[in-house]
Every structure is written in structure tokens, then in C-alpha cells.
Write a protein that binds this ligand. Sequence first.
Ligand SMILES: [Fe+2]
Length: 195
Amino acid sequence: MWAKKEMADYLLRQHRVLRPYNYPPDVPGRGWCIVNANGYRLAVLNLQGRTFMHPIDCPFRAADRALEEIGDQADAVVVEFHAEATSEKQALAMYLDGRVAAVVGTHTHVPTADERVLPGGTARLTDLGMCGPVVSVIGMDADTVIPKFMTALPSRFSVASGPVAVMGAIIEIHHATGKCHSISRIMEEYDDTIR
Ligand SMILES: [Fe+2]
């Protein structure tokens, strides 16, 4: 997101496009928003991990602060945790169990098989995967990625072609409690070639 300078203005205009809440305070954009779904107020909170990533503010403490800010403005809260390490993502889900409807991860582009409703009623899935070409290296053309591993030199990646998949999860939230009923992983594959 930060590679495109134009995004800074866009983030200020589009309240549903989030950046991680735990960036320093003067960074453009916002870390949570409320989506109104037929009168049901669903808060979406975006956080970023620190393990094997940019060292930014603690996502655990930031989650506490964000939940306090959101307070009773929302009926339920879904957390999207953009992080590399499965352990950090599972740890945040356990930390927030019972306080949010779901903690789902992104960033690796590879879906995990650990979807579960935790004891406190929070749905957890360490990584949702991606929407993109599946005969690839996390969505990129392998021919543009392999040289980077073999030479240790930077290279320009391009998006792969071939069959594409939509990955994610369907999460059922109990209306009154804001806790989760069920989570199921989805992966729908299509033969379309993207160009
Ligand atoms: Fe990422």
C-alpha cells in the first residue's frame, strides 16, 4: 500500500479502506471502520504483526486500545491480522477470544486449515489465503520469482496467469452477542486465465 504515494490521500477519503491500526499515530488513514449491514454495525479492525515484519507498535496492546475506542459503536468486531508468523496470529486470536467475533489472518496468501470457534466464541483462521492465480508463487509468476531465490538479487515479479481461486471464510455471527456461531473456509477455483 505504501509503495503508491497516491494511497495516502485515498485512505483519507475512503473510510472503508484501512491500514494497520498499530502504525504510528501520524500515519495517514485509519485502522478500523464500521460497516453497516442492514442496520447491523460490524466493526472491522486491521492490525499488523511484528514477527518477521516491520517493527511497529505492539498489535496486542493496540487491539486493546482499538476495542476501547470502538466501544458500543459496533454490534460485533472482526479483526483482520496482517502477519507472517502463524504463532503470532494464533496468539492474537487467543488473546482476543471472547472479545471479538473473529480474528482472521492475511499476508502469506496461503490458507491454513486451523479454522475454529475458540472457547470464548471468537472464530479463528490463521490465514484466509488470497484471491488470485493458484499455479504460482503466492500469486506471482514462478519464472519471475525463482531467480530471486537462486541469485539473492532483487527482481521484478509479475502476476501469474492460469486458473484462479477465491479463498476466504464464511463466518456466522450471533446477532445479539456479537460472538461467533461457525466458521468455514472456502476455496472456489475457476479456469479463467487472468491477464
Ligand atoms: Fe502483506
